[in-house]
Structure formats: structure tokens, C-alpha cells
Ligand binder design. Structure first.
Ligand code: RTP
Ligand code: MG
Length: 148
């Protein structure tokens, strides 16, 4: 089954939105297989955002991502990468529809509350970057037969 990497950024953690965001994924029926809170290093963030290295906004973004802890999670389910991005909303919260996480809780591009992998390849890469194999739980959910 497909997996994605979803993170609550430092603004989301500081604003007490962790459970609200997790709850949306849980209620949708996605299965939580990894979760932790951490202060991310510059090295980890540079690898995570490697596609943006050298862009003008990169240093400010990394410094924001290091301004407080991040809640890192892995979710499993059908089409979870695309569905996760849809649930997050557009990159800029002012473009995000109400009902999405960024559309409900964000205003500014640089403080957009959460991260979600943008493809299955990115998800696999990001999951490996943020979690060791033994930090991920492979478990059977009793909900599965009612969801699929
Ligand atoms: P993310 O990776 O954080 O989930 O966001 P995303 O895919 O929706 O957007 P992406 O293009 O990957 O950009 C990563 C983060 O960089 C910040 N950003 N600032 N022009 C700018 O100032 C600018 N562009 C992007 C955003 O906070 C975005 O989430
Ligand atoms: Mg991105």
C-alpha cells in the first residue's frame, strides 16, 4: 500500500495544530505508521528540500524550519500521496481552498503549517530520510475491510 510523508511545520506545532492535522488523516481512513517530534538539523532539511537548494527563499525557509520542533509522520493508504497533497491545499495558503489544512489555518506562503510529499518517489525518499526502518510500524487496521 502507498505511503506518504506528512510533517507539521514549526508554526503548526507552536499553534497547537498537531492533533487537528493528524485527526484529519486518521478520520479519512489513512493508517498512521510513523510519528515523532524532532528539531530538524540543517543537514536533514537541506536533503529534504534538495530541489530548492540555491533558490532565493531557501535560507529563510530552512531557518524557519529550524525555529522549533517538527512533527514528522508517515501515513499509508490508497492514493495517499495525492490525497495528502489535496488535504494540505496549495503551497500558498491564500490560494488554498477552505476545507484544506492550509486554507483553514494558513495565510502566508512562508508559514504554511504543513508539508506533504509531492510524488510517490519523493515520499519514498523522504520517509527514508526522516525515519529508520525500525521506527515504522507495520500493523493491521481493523478499519481496512470497511474502507476498501
Ligand atoms: P512543502 O514541500 O513544504 O510541502 O511545500 P510545497 O511542496 O507545497 O511547495 P514547494 O514548492 O516544495 O516549496 C517548499 C516551501 O518553500 C516555501 N516557499 N517559499 N517564493 C517563495 O518565497 C517560496 N516558495 C516556496 C513554502 O513555505 C513551501 O512550502
Ligand atoms: Mg514541496
Amino acid at each position: 500500500m502507498e505511503r506518504t510523508f506528512i510533517a507539521v511545520k514549526p508554526d503548526g506545532v507552536q499553534r497547537g495544530l498537531v492533533m487537528e492535522i493528524m485527526s484529519r488523516f486518521e478520520k479519512r481512513g489513512f493508517k498512521l505508521v510513523g510519528i515523532k517530534i524532532l528539531n530538524a538539523s540543517e543537514e536533514l532539511l537541506t536533503k529534504h528540500y534538495e530541489e530548492h537548494v540555491g533558490k532565493p527563499f531557501f535560507p529563510k525557509m530552512v531557518s524557519f524550519m529550524r525555529s522549533g520542533p517538527i512533527v514528522a509522520t508517515v501515513w499509508e493508504g490508497k492514493d495517499v500521496v495525492n490525497q495528502g497533497r489535496a488535504m494540505l491545499g496549495k503551497t500558498n495558503p491564500t490560494d488554498s481552498a477552505p476545507g484544506t489544512i492550509r486554507g483553514d489555518f494558513g495565510i502566508d506562503l512562508g508559514r504554511n503549517v504543513c508539508h506533504g510529499s509531492d510524488s510517490v518517489e519523493s515520499a519514498n525518499r523522504e520517509i527514508k530520510l526522516w525515519f529508520k526502518d525500525e521506527e515504522l510500524a507495520n500493523w493491521e487496521s481493523n478499519q481496512t475491510k470497511w474502507l476498501y
